[in-house]
Structure formats: structure tokens, C-alpha cells
Ligand binder design. Structure first.
Ligand code: FES
Length: 61
């Protein structure tokens, strides 16, 4: 169910999409953004999305 969490409404990016980008090799926030388009529109999600991505990256180390 965790993956069902919507992270970026503008670009329809879900938690599962972030996990997939990292599993496929994204190493930092910018790489997750370019893989998913997270935060490319209004930008409102960037603050909390960055925290989530940092947590996921830390778990994957
Ligand atoms: S909610 Fe992510 S760019 Fe608007």
C-alpha cells in the first residue's frame, strides 16, 4: 500500500515510482527527478519529496 502514496500530483508520481527509479539506478534527487519528472511543474512537492527521496536513498545504501 505504501507505493500508492501520491508524491507529485502535477506529474502523477507515486511513491512506487520513486522506489522504481532508485532500484533502476538513480543515485540522487536530481536523477530521481529526471527519471520521474517529479517536481517539474508547480514545484510545491519538491520540499517533502526531497526528504522522501533522501530517506529512500539512505535505505538503499
Ligand atoms: S505537485 Fe509536483 S510539481 Fe506540482
Amino acid at each position: 500500500m505504501e507505493g500508492k502514496r501520491l508524491i507529485c500530483g502535477c506529474n502523477n508520481v507515486w511513491l512506487a515510482d520513486l522506489e522504481k527509479a532508485i532500484a533502476e539506478g538513480a543515485k540522487d534527487f536530481a536523477q530521481v527527478q529526471s527519471a520521474t519528472h517529479l517536481g517539474y511543474s508547480c514545484g510545491n512537492c519538491v520540499g517533502f519529496a526531497r526528504e522522501i527521496v533522501e530517506e529512500l536513498l539512505a535505505k538503499n545504501k
